[in-house]
Structures are given as C-alpha cells and as structure tokens.
Design a protein around this ligand. Structure first.
Ligand SMILES: Cc1cc2nc3c(=O)[nH]c(=O)nc-3n(C[C@H](O)[C@H](O)[C@H](O)COP(=O)(O)OP(=O)(O)OC[C@H]3O[C@@H](n4cnc5c(N)ncnc54)[C@H](O)[C@@H]3O)c2cc1C
Length: 328
C-alpha cells in the first residue's frame, strides 16, 4: 500500500472539492482499504465522508431518507426499518459480521467491488475489470460464485451486496451530488451490466458522491417480505444466490409481488418477468416455479455454477410460498 493523506470532510462542499482535486471517498473503509492494501486500487488522498450526516428521517410521502453515511448496523436496528421494511433489516444482518456492519456505510455498501478472486489477484490473474483488455480468467476458471444473468464475454463478476438486493426489491432511489448539481437514480438503474466495459460498474459520474438513499412508503408487499441468502457456510460468507421477496394477496390471488435476486449478475436483479407472471395468480409452488423459470429463461451458466439455476428456483418458491402462508 502506498502512503496516502487522510482528510475528514467538513461538509458536503468540502468533500466535493476534494474529489475534484483527486481524492477518493472513504466510507467505513471495509472494502476500499483492503483494495488499496492489495494494490487492486490506488489512491494518494482519501476524504472520509462517514461522519457527514448520519440521519434516517421520515419523508413527507411516508417513506424514509437514509443518509449515505448511516452505518449498516444502525440501519438494520432502526425500529422503522424493522417494522416497515423487514426485508432490508434481514438483508443487512445476513451480510459480513457485526464488526464490519458497525463500520460499513450505506454509500460504501452500494459501491463495494466484486468478490471475484481474479479481480483481487493483481500479480497472478487476468481481469478486464481491473485492467481493461487483459482478459478474464473467471470465464474458464473458478466461477462458482459468478454471474448467470447479464454477463458478457468480458466479465462474469457479480455484485456482492446483500443490502442492494433488498433496496432493489423496495424500489429505493439513490440521491447523488456532484459538480453538475444533485440528481436521483433508481437503485435498479444504478449498477450497470458489464458488456464491453466491465470497468464501468455504475452510472456515477466523475466527481459525484452518494448523499442518501430514499425508500418509498411501505406497502403490503414490502411489509410481508423476506430475504433469504444461500451460501457455502452459514455466516460470514457472500451469497451464492439470494432472494428478496414480497407478496400481497386478495381472495387467494396475488395483488402485489416484488422479487429481487442476488448473486446472479453484476447488479441486483429485479425479476420483473417473474413478477408479471404472478400478478393475478394463486401463489402455488407450481405458479411460483413457472414464474421464476420465465425470469431465468435467458440464464447462461458457466462451467462451475449451473447449480445456481436450481438453487434460485427452489429458494424463490420457498420464499414466496412461505409469504403466501404468512399473509394476514
Ligand atoms: C470479511 C468481509 C465479509 C463481508 N461479507 C459481506 C456479505 O456477506 N454481504 C455484503 O453485502 N457485504 C459483505 N462485505 C462487504 C461490506 O458490506 C462492504 O465492505 C461495506 O458495505 C463497504 O462499506 P464501507 O462504508 O466500508 O465502504 P468503503 O470501503 O469505505 O468504500 C467502498 C467504495 O465506496 C466508495 N464510497 C464510500 N462512500 C461513498 C459515498 N458516499 N459516495 C460515493 N462513493 C462512496 C469508496 O470510494 C469505495 O470505492 C464483507 C466485507 C468483508 C471485509
């Protein structure tokens, strides 16, 4: 790790000015510091934004506005989140460890990098994300954790965040500030698929920072909701696949359904085809299976991760049928 200078941002304007002059943003540092230590990323100046704001406030429309600096542990423990957005609390608590969640921020979690081992292997592996044009050793290598949806012949890495899968399911909106002013982007549009440029991972423009994440008002399908993560060991491991699901019924038929999938793509995958197939149907195991199969019709498994199709099908069916059973 090369020596660097640390600044603590006094306010948002100070942070923006320091990014403009070349500094990198630091949240809790739980991903970035590892990347710098391993020489995957480089920086000579860091500007710490983890102490800017820190509030979770109610919006006029009945939703929640969460400052980017809110720690993952604080967000999971917030009584409003636990009551109205339980899927978010569960996703957060399924990630990392208590110590890491105490440090990690909302902004940093959204922008954490992939866990593809070839991305981190600076001296031994080819990676188009780290070094455009170098090649991708995951394509024919160890690709158990890699993408089956939306990947390209340049990159098959997945986005590793649990929190983002819940945010995608909740229709969260990411608020940004930058030299061009403030703007907002739906979380489902924030991360981009790799195509020919896997080094471009989000729509964040140079000089911008994440200021907050907004959750729309809760609904029946966001309150009757769950997050299920399947991994190689039961704690302190990234998802092989995960499912955030929410369901509302009337007279035994689906009136609202939300499904987002993790561990399958370079972004949290909102399963809109499966949702459309289920609205108006009785949520039987067969109907849920048919719906998720429609979503996965375009899946392209790699040599080591074909099991993900069966796993995500079974997990989606289990989540949705349990929610149907729990529906008041
Ligand atoms: C051992 C281990 C296990 C883990 N397991 C899981 C897991 O199971 N599930 C999971 O979801 N995560 C897991 N994580 C990842 C963890 O959730 C992330 O490291 C964490 O969320 C990153 O947040 P941070 O605030 O520390 O980000 P940082 O490391 O500080 O920053 C990450 C990136 O975000 C940028 N950034 C930070 N704040 C902002 C901002 N406001 N605006 C714009 N850019 C910003 C930084 O410049 C950097 O590029 C694990 C991490 C470790 C080390």
């Amino acid at each position: 790790m090369t020596p660097l200078t640390y600044f603590r941002a006094a306010d948002r304007a100070d942070a923006l000015a320091r990014i403009e002059s070349g500094a990198r943003l630091l949240g809790g540092g739980t991903n970035l510091v590892d990347l710098l230590r391993q020489n995957v990323e480089q920086a000579s100046e860091l500007v710490d934004v983890s102490r800017l704001g820190g509030a979770i406030s109610e919006t006029d429309s009945g939703g929640l506005l969460i400052d980017a600096s809110v720690r993952n542990a604080a967000l999971a423990a917030d009584p409003r989140v636990r009551r109205h957005y339980p899927v978010l609390a569960r996703a957060l608590l399924a990630g990392a460890s208590a110590q890491i969640r105490n440090m990690a921020t909302v902004g940093g979690n959204i922008l954490q990098r992939t866990r593809c081992p070839y991305f981190y292997d600076v001296d031994g592996a080819r990676c188009n994300k780290r070094q455009p044009g170098a090649g991708c050793d995951a394509l024919d290598g160890f690709n158990r954790y890699h993408a089956i949806l939306g990947a390209s012949d340049q990159c098959v890495a997945t986005h590793p965040s649990d929190m983002c899968v819940a945010l995608a399911m909740l229709d969260a909106v990411v608020h940004l500030a930058g030299p061009g002013g403030d703007r907002s982007v739906p979380l489902t549009d924030f991360h981009v698929l790799p195509d020919a440029t896997p080094d471009v991972e989000t729509v964040l423009k140079p000089g911008e920072l994440i200021t907050a994440v907004e959750l729309p008002p809760p609904s029946a399908a966001t309150t009757n909701a769950d997050y299920r993560k399947v991994r190689d060991r039961s704690s302190y491991a990234f998802a092989l696949i995960s499912v955030a699901g929410g369901l509302a019924l009337a007279d035994g038929r689906v009136t609202q359904v939300r499904i987002a999938l993790g561990g399958l793509a370079a972004r949290p995958w909102r399963a809109t085809r499966a949702e459309a197939a289920l609205v108006g149907a009785a949520p039987t195991p067969d109907a849920c299976l048919a719906a998720i199969r429609e979503e996965l019709a375009g899946a392209r498994p790699l040599s080591g991760n074909g099991f993900k199709i069966d796993l995500v099908e079974r997990t989606t069916v289990a989540v949705l049928t349990a929610l149907a059973g729990a529906h008041p």
